[in-house]
Write a protein of this length. Structure first.
Length: 51
């Protein structure tokens, strides 16, 4: 039983870590777009999930 719990805790930490990395990346992209609004046309070729 303890082995199952350890596995679950490991997965929870991994999910939290991935969410933190994804959130930081998203924040960096958002702040970069805010600082350089004229560069949006360079990113139009890349499809974004939010659009």
């Amino acid at each position: 039983m303890s082995r199952l719990r350890n596995s679950y805790l490991g997965q929870a930490w991994l999910i939290l870590l991935m969410a933190g990395v994804f959130g930081a990346l998203l924040a960096a992209v958002a702040s970069d777009r805010r600082e350089h609004p004229g560069r949006d046309h360079e990113r139009d070729s890349r499809p974004l999930a939010g659009q």
